[in-house]
Unconditional design. Structure first.
Length: 179
């Protein structure tokens, strides 16, 4: 695995993926706090101050270093923030990179998640040298599972989890490097 201290941005046909900045916290907090989004995510806090603090912490590390790094998704046509994606190497599993994403509900069903996840997956493989990409999803979040499948991740495990809110079902999805 490599790090990318000089990371600038990734571009797709319709999106700019750039490092999330503290100024993004209000918008990210708004969609992460939406009950329809929050029910499928594992965040305990989604308030702007907490999101801003997380972004500031992530900015201290380069992609490929231990811990999550977050990228804000901006539509190229008008610069609006449509979501975010993140990646994190698994320090206890060399070569494994975790991927995650969240799209603003107003921007869902437009293909942005697939476009962004495809770009960040390729970046993790090509630039960071990942051997295995991994993502988790709520098993009931069929749209999220479909996005992962469209970028080459396959379900390798179904599991049941328990927390203070009750029992939930998840899936682990993976994609091996195919040199």
């Amino acid at each position: 695995m490599r790090t990318d201290p000089g990371f600038r941005e990734l571009r797709t046909e319709r999106l700019l993926l750039r490092r999330s900045q503290p100024r993004d916290a209000e918008a990210i907090s708004a969609y992460r706090s939406d009950p329809a989004v929050h029910e499928h995510q594992g965040w305990s806090r989604t308030d702007p101050d907490h999101v801003r603090a997380e972004i500031e912490e992530m900015l201290r590390r380069a992609p490929g270093e231990p811990g999550w790094v977050q990228f804000t998704l901006e539509a190229l046509e008008d610069g609006r923030l449509v979501g975010d994606v993140g990646l994190a190497p698994r320090t206890e599993e060399p070569g494994v990179v975790m991927l995650g994403y969240t799209i603003d509900p107003a921007e869902q069903r437009k293909g942005y998640a697939t476009e962004a996840m495809g770009a960040v997956a390729q970046y993790a493989l090509d630039v960071l040298g990942a051997d295995l990409l991994r993502a988790y999803a709520d098993a009931g979040n069929i749209a999220s599972v479909r996005v992962a499948e469209k970028v080459g991740l396959q379900i390798v495990e179904r599991f049941e989890g328990h927390d203070e809110e009750g029992t939930w079902h998840g899936v682990r999805m993976e994609r091996q490097r195919s040199d």
